[in-house]
Design a protein around this ligand. Structure first.
Ligand code: BV8
Length: 233
């Protein structure tokens, strides 16, 4: 592996799977229990706010019962030890990267732990279920929605992500099916910029053929091994 100075990592639900959080597309996964259109779109929220608020309240409550796994801890170790620039972008809305020790995590699809006020735009950390319609701490409107990017909504901090991809030496995709854009297109951006591209996933993703190298296996095993590889260069 050539001298590395700038790494961009993208994680998906597969890095939280061994912590016991359902992925989206595995049999019995999150989307199997619900139609995406009903729980992860602005239209679905407008149609049935209680269904959507209940869906996210349930997922937020489930965070109390899970813990980070070896993949999360390895990425935090990489953040502490890697001497170059590292950007960790996650599609996940859970807080396991942070609880595993990562301190700079870019949640491009938002976070379960945060709420967004549809009235004043202020973000807050609700301490109770949103289905109870708590007041916004800033404007007191009962207009809090999950601070999560739904289909048809613009993911967060895209400029920062693309700026990092155009400068990266290495782009690593961990635990994602490559089914959702714009995240699924990051590998092409990185390749255009001349970066090496690596995929670590339980099975080949939809975009596996786009990567210079693709390794299959559980994140809890592959990620610590890869981090050791990078830190030994
Ligand atoms: C946007 C937050 C534009 C909510 C999520 C047609 C073509 C191209 C694009 C589109 C199109 N039609 C519509 C679009 C756009 C759409 C899209 O891509 N649709 C797809 C379905 C085709 N995208 C959007 O709408 C995005 N916004 O485009 O905006 C725009 C422009 C201007 C102005 C305004 C708007 C927004 C998308 C974000 C949606 N929100 N999440 C929530 O969490 O509830 S998506 C959600 O699914 C995740 O966040 C993630 O991004 C996505 C994919 O999930 P994965 O993380 O990959 O999980 P998955 O289950 O799929 O896969 C898990 C993988 O892990 C598997 O491969 C498995 O093998 C592996 N695995 C399992 N166990 C392990 C493991 N790996 C390792 N170890 C293990 N143990």
């Amino acid at each position: 592996m050539a001298e590395l100075s700038r790494i961009v990592i993208l994680t998906g639900a597969g890095v939280s799977a061994e912590s016991g959080i359902d992925t989206f597309r595995a049999a019995g996964g999150l989307w199997e229990q619900h139609r995406v259109e009903d729980v992860a779109t602005p239209e679905g929220f407008a149609r049935d706010p209680d269904l959507v608020l209940g869906f996210y309240d349930m997922r937020r409550a489930a965070l109390e019962k899970v813990k980070p796994n070896a993949a999360h801890r390895a990425l935090a170790h990489l953040e502490r030890e890697f001497s170059g620039e590292l950007l960790l972008v996650t599609q996940n809305v859970d807080d396991l990267h942070e609880r595993g020790g990562s301190t700079d995590v870019l949640h491009m699809h938002g976070e379960l732990r945060r709420a967004l006020c549809a009235s004043c735009g202020v973000r807050s950390e609700p301490d109770g279920p949103l289905i109870d319609r708590p007041q916004c701490p800033a404007c007191e409107a009962k207009a809090l929605r999950p601070d999560v990017v739904w289909f048809g909504e613009m993911p967060y901090q895209m400029e920062r992500i693309y700026a990092a991809l155009t400068r990266a030496d290495l782009f690593v995709s961990l635990g994602t099916s490559g089914a959702v854009y714009p995240a699924a297109g990051f590998v092409q951006e990185a390749k255009l910029a001349g970066a090496e591209t690596l995929e670590l996933n339980l099975e080949p993703s939809e975009g596996s053929h786009l990567f210079d190298e693709s390794r299959q296996g559980p994140a809890g095993t592959l990620v610590p091994r890869w981090v050791d590889e990078v830190l030994s260069v």
